[in-house]
Design a protein. Structure first.
Length: 336
């Protein structure tokens, strides 16, 4: 792995490449939402910092340092993600482990690198790091990570070189997913996951291996197609139950519904399948439209509005049952 092998984030790779060749600033911070690959970049930067013959594209991959790093046993690269079994890094870990460790000399490399998820340190305890960040012991480099700069004290922000990550394009995510396509999913499914990830490759990678999500997508689709024939009890009990039991993932479920409705509208408006997101469902969707000839574009628009309103209500913490049943009844009205 080197910066050149990383898909996307070209500007960031360029900046990192330049950084490696220079007299190194001693503290860096990567800010990006979860799933953007911060750890990948932090790792590659760490490897180039300990490598004996680094180039602009990262570590050489051959020296002892690179070999130890790859095996995960480099003694001069220390990671602080959370305390074992906890969700944060404690004061004790900072005071009794991390800070004293920075005072000890490196063992193999010319530098010691600390990869620290600063987002997992409470703001009031981040102050403990100020002194080492301001005057790091010779040869010590800090690579900090966080999902959002608001999780980091301004006094720390002023002492680090910040690397921001931009959202990935759909095409870049598609390339990343293709590279990790162990289950050999067909291209149309990969395209679907790429666009569902909304710029965050980690989301696509999680979803493509998530059997629950894959079967839920099928269930959402079936549920939608059944609405014209559904009776009141079916809507209020079975369909409601489907949403009610998935409240923790409701935003993904509603997004799936919006996409199916969007595709149905596109197919209703034109024979062209350009822009269709659920390409594997085109035949079923066309069959649905020919069985339900009375459904107009206006009906589709109103059905989408009902889903949008439900989504808004969920976010506003309106009574879930009332909001969900309202959506289902509105959709039934539009589809009949
Ligand atoms: Zn090397």
């Amino acid at each position: 792995m080197s910066f050149g092998d990383i898909i996307g984030q070209e500007e960031l790779c360029e900046r990192l490449g330049t950084t490696i060749g220079q007299t190194v600033a001693q503290s860096f911070l990567f800010t990006a939402p979860a799933g953007m690959g911060k750890h990948l970049f932090a790792d590659e930067l760490a490897r180039s910092l300990v490598c004996s013959n680094p180039t602009k594209s990262g570590g050489c991959g051959k020296c002892d340092n690179c070999v130890y790093f790859k095996a995960g046993t480099h003694p001069d690269v220390r990671r602080y993600e959370t305390d074992k079994g906890k969700k944060s890094i404690s004061v004790a870990t900072i005071r009794e482990d991390l800070i004293p460790d920075t005072a000890m000399a490196s063992q193999i490399a010319d530098r010691k690198v600390y990869i620290i998820n600063i987002g997992n340190i409470e703001l009031k305890y981040q102050n403990l790091l100020l002194k080492v960040l301001e005057e790091p012991p010779r040869g010590v480099v800090f690579i900090l990570l966080c999902t959002d700069a608001s999780l980091v004290l301004p006094t720390i922000m002023s002492r680090v070189v910040e690397f921001k990550m931009r959202p990935y394009t759909e095409e870049e995510i598609f390339k990343i997913l293709s590279k990790h396509n162990e289950a050999d999913l067909p291209e149309d499914k990969l395209r679907f996951f790429s666009s569902f990830s909304a710029g965050i490759p980690g989301k696509g990678l999680t979803l493509m291996g998530d059997e629950d999500f894959i079967s839920e997508r099928e269930e959402v689709f079936e549920l939608l197609l059944k609405i014209p024939k559904r009776d009141y009890a079916g809507l209020m009990y079975e369909d409601f139950e489907f949403f009610s039991s998935r409240q923790d993932r409701i935003s993904d479920i509603l997004l799936l519904m919006m996409w199916f409705l969007g595709d149905l509208s596109s197919l209703l408006a034109s024979m062209d399948t350009k822009g269709i997101r659920n390409t594997d469902k085109v035949d079923r969707m066309r069959a649905f439209l020919s069985e339900n000839k009375g459904i107009t574009l206006k009906n589709m628009y109103n059905a989408s509005e009902a889903v949008t309103a439900f989504n808004r209500d969920v976010k506003a913490r309106v009574n879930f049952e009332a909001a969900c049943c309202t959506m289902l009844l509105k959709m039934k009205k539009e589809f009949t």
